[in-house]
Write a protein of this length. Structure first.
Length: 413
């Protein structure tokens, strides 16, 4: 079963449950959000200044599809459609639609964007956008706002990524940086000049703080290697840097879709409904980069690293106590990205605690019971993340404090 079919199967089951089962208002709201999220492809946006190689990287990702080089639109979107079509869109309105992929734009008022619809099944799971930043500061900021609103994964394209571009990226929201890649395009040109290695070294500190990863790509070579049907392009696909960027993006898409599926499973389980077997697990959720092999095991002394019952309880308490009360005091004064950050912190905290309890649980029935409660809390936090509001953040912190209370009782027993 393909990823698109898996998503469709689970979506249909959830929709049927929401339509025909007695479900509380909160779960109905969460379910509706999940349905919307499942059916919306993960958007991967390639952003950069003029001439930075954005179109080439999208052509590389699509493999075999060559995008027309429109001069006027600031945004070109590539989405799924049952038949190939080119739509010219202004605001939310499609002002002109043409069959097939056209190479010239009509004479219409700017600004507008182009939406290319292609009958490629992969576009049901992920869509692409090329966002061209003009020199005009006001328009540039509007497009950056659009990029951060609409994108799940953002790839900044640049040949050298100089200081002005770094300043633009630094002001983007943290949630988009967490899924942001820097693609140094035309890497072959910099390599021929002998500058690539030094440039990567110069950017190392900035990239480590501001990006998920850096990928130099010789785009033309990558496209040629990927389009090679003779089977001889494998080495060039890897050496060009195209394979590394492609696999990094694909992993992020698979992880994102996997989290969506996990949330649906959690919601169905909360409603005492068994997820359809055909819908899980999501193929590719633990994608391994092509050409890589698991590291070979090396001989080493066997060390007992398991936690004792007492250590596990103490470390869990410390992990839960740290910041929980402060977060509860702050929760009424936060909004937007602050809620998202708090929910993510709560989830990471409970996951860490679950790992510690899992190490020590063994056959201890009390620790096993605590571990089950922690895992149930982790599941609820996955659902709270969908809401992204003050109530969800407050519920998340309250859940942490309840877990702390349970662990304290066990520790004192």
């Amino acid at each position: 079963m393909t990823t698109a079919q898996t998503i469709d199967s689970l979506s249909r089951q959830l929709e049927d449950v929401l339509d025909h089962q007695e479900v509380s208002n909160r779960y109905k709201t969460l379910g509706a959000q999940l349905l919307s999220q499942l059916r919306k492809p993960i958007q991967i946006s390639f952003v950069g200044l003029p001439g930075s190689g954005k179109t080439g990287l999208i052509n590389m990702m699509l493999n075999g599809v060559t995008l027309p080089s429109f001069d006027e639109p600031d945004v070109v979107e590539i989405v799924y459609g049952p038949e190939a079509a080119t739509c010219f869109v202004r605001g939310e309105e499609t002002v002109q639609r043409a069959e097939g992929i056209v190479s010239s734009a009509p004479d219409i008022e700017k600004p507008y964007r182009v939406r290319l619809e292609l009958p490629e099944e992969g576009l049901l799971v992920q869509s692409f956008a090329e966002i061209r930043l003009p020199n005009d500061p006001a328009r540039q900021q509007a497009l950056l706002d659009y990029a951060t609103r609409s994108s799940t994964i953002l790839i900044w394209c640049s040949e050298r990524f100089e200081t002005p571009e770094q300043a633009i990226w630094s002001h983007l929201p943290e949630h988009i940086k967490d899924h942001g890649f820097l693609a140094l395009t035309m890497a072959d040109r910099q390599m021929m000049k002998g500058n690539l290695t030094d440039r990567i070294a110069d950017l190392e500190e900035f990239v480590s703080e501001e990006f998920f990863g850096l990928y130099p790509v010789a785009t033309l070579q990558a496209i040629s290697a990927r389009n090679d049907t003779s089977g001889k392009g494998g080495d060039m696909w890897k050496l060009s840097g195209g394979e590394a960027l492609y696999e990094a993006i694909t992993r992020q898409v698979s992880l994102g879709r996997g989290e969506d599926v996990d949330r649906v499973k959690v919601l169905l389980e909360q409603l005492d409904i068994e997820p359809e077997q055909s819908a899980v697990p999501l193929p590719g959720s633990t994608l391994q980069p092509l050409g890589t092999m698991p590291a070979k095991a090396t001989s080493a002394p066997v060390v007992d690293t398991s936690l004792s019952r007492r250590d596990a309880l103490q470390k869990s308490l410390i992990r839960l106590t740290k910041g929980a009360e402060d977060m509860l005091q702050d929760v009424g004064r936060i909004d937007g990205d602050d809620c998202s950050e708090m929910l993510e912190t709560c989830l990471e905290t409970v996951r860490d605690m679950s790992e510690m309890l899992s190490e020590a649980a063994g056959t201890d029935p009390e620790l096993t019971e605590l571990l089950e409660e922690a895992q149930e809390g982790e599941n609820m936090l996955l659902l709270f993340q969908l809401e992204q509001d003050e109530d969800a953040a407050a519920d998340a912190v309250t859940l942490m404090l309840q877990l702390k209370k349970e662990i304290t009782a066990h520790a004192q027993a």
